[in-house]
Ligand binder design. Structure first.
Ligand code: PHE
Length: 443
């Protein structure tokens, strides 16, 4: 495909995908910000009644939703490879998401469950396929690919910063159903950008033509090189699964921890707990560009900069981020008030995001470099499914902390991420050999 016109040195289509995904994430994180609050609000509340569930029930639903919404990526990917192509799958996914959010906006239980179901299907169709399309904008060996994914990732997080503020505010303060509708409107905006901007994506995300040649191509068994690459992708999946299991503590355990065990008063003002729900995304928006710049410099200086190396480094930085939480847990146990100073939380989330930026956009880019063509979307879908399992594991760890205590969980995560990171760095050359030069930059 020709990437004729560019913006900031990247194909124009990147910015269409950027804004589409920004609004999809706005919709996703907006809904997520109020889900548990809505479930647990009293049915008898005069101003804004909810469903009156217990916290335990609500968190259980939240955990399952968090898993399925990404797990269905496998099906979304398979559907794109086989029947629809990525471009149409994204369109269809967007329609499902809009329908899902407006179903939640209707105040009736059957409609609520239908809404969740539609969202799970919609995100499964949209999220992995839009990510694969970003990769499709760059030719093999194009050195801009990683940076393109970082830009895309910044878009994701702009949506994630705004959503809790807007959807969260109107949902909580005015009406839950208004909140879900706003999430739906967000996705409508995304869909408008996508429909009108699709021209810039010509040749990207299309299903292979039904020709003799392509049918033969699809029927070919995988080669040894392709199998090696799939193997190394699964190793990368293991890293990201551990990563998300640690990172996604933020929404559950860390949310409660921030509320109960952190002294949030700064200059006489108490920072609301929910602010910390936007902190990760805010850090990504701020640190995304400098981190991408850093890794580009690093590579130009001739230092090791393969994706696996960055992921290993990310895993180690994550582990350091949890050391900061261990320090907080220690201070809680030592302090008379049972609280730790808030800077530990700022520091730890900062490190989590430095780790995230070394690992998450890199993983997306890596998959688009390595996946065999006929399974391009399926591999991406599998990555999201693994993320879904990571999310579920995060919930289970949070539950375990209720008995074992936070310190035990923080320590476990620290040690595990550290060991995994070190192992990856030790074997990075061997793992790289399995990619058979897929990461070589040619321009
Ligand atoms: N903030 C990321 C996003 O919403 C988190 C994530 C990464 C989710 C990878 C799924 C998979 O895209």
């Amino acid at each position: 495909m020709e990437n004729q016109s560019t913006i900031l040195g990247h194909p124009k289509g990147l910015f269409i995908l950027f804004f589409t995904e920004l609004w999809e994430r706005f919709s996703f994180y907006g809904m997520r910000a109020i889900l548990v609050l809505y479930l647990t609000a009293e049915t008898t509340d005069k101003f804004n009644p909810g469903l009156g569930w217990t916290s335990k029930e609500a968190l259980a639903l939240y955990g399952w939703y968090g898993m399925f919404v990404y797990f269905t990526g496998i099906f979304g990917g398979a559907i794109a490879d086989r029947w629809l192509g990525q471009k149409k799958s994204v369109l269809l996914g967007g329609i499902f998401i809009i329908a899902g959010q407006f179903a939640l906006a209707v105040n009736a239980l059957p409609s609520f469950y239908t809404g969740l179901f539609l969202l799970v299907c919609g995100v499964g169709l949209l999220k992995p396929n839009i990510s694969t399309m970003v990769g499709g904008l760059y030719k093999k060996g194009d050195e801009r690919r990683d940076a393109g994914f970082t830009i895309f990732y910044i878009g994701i997080n702009i949506g994630a910063v705004l959503a809790p503020l807007i959807v969260g505010y109107y949902g909580e303060m005015v009406d839950w159903h208004l909140g879900f509708s706003l999430a739906g409107f967000g996705m409508i905006l995304g869909q408008i950008v996508y429909v009108f901007g699709r021209k810039t994506l010509s040749g990207v995300g299309e299903l292979l033509q039904d020709s003799e040649e392509n049918r033969n191509l699809m029927a070919q068994p995988l080669t040894k090189i392709e199998k090696d690459r799939i193997l190394v992708m699964f190793i990368a999946f293991l890293i990201v699964m551990v990563f998300w299991a640690a990172y996604e503590q933020a929404g559950g355990l860390m949310n409660l921890y921030a509320r109960d065990k952190i002294d949030r008063v700064v200059f006489g003002y108490e920072i609301p707990t929910s602010f910390f729900q936007s902190l990760h995304a805010l850090y990504v928006v701020i640190l995304g560009a400098p981190m991408a710049y850093f890794w580009t410099k690093w590579r130009k200086a001739g230092k090791e900069s393969s994706s696996l190396y960055k992921m290993g480094v990310g895993s180690i930085i994550m582990s350091i981020g949890f050391v900061a939480l261990m320090a907080a847990a220690y201070e809680v146990s030592e302090s008379a008030l049972n609280k730790a100073p808030v800077y530990w939380l700022f520091l730890s989330y900062f490190l989590h995001v430095v780790a995230e930026l070394s690992l998450s956009p890199v993983a997306l880019s890596f998959i688009t470099k390595l996946a065999p063509m006929k399974y391009a979307s399926l591999m991406m879908g599998t990555y999201f499914a693994i993320t879904g399992l990571g999310n579920k594991a995060a919930g289970l760890l949070g539950e375990a902390a209720q008995d074992a205590g936070e310190m035990a969980i923080f320590t476990g995560i620290t040690v595990f991420s550290l060991l995994l990171g070190i192992l990856i760095l030790l074997f990075v050359n061997r793992l790289k050999a399995l990619t058979h030069g897929a990461e070589e930059i040619t321009n």
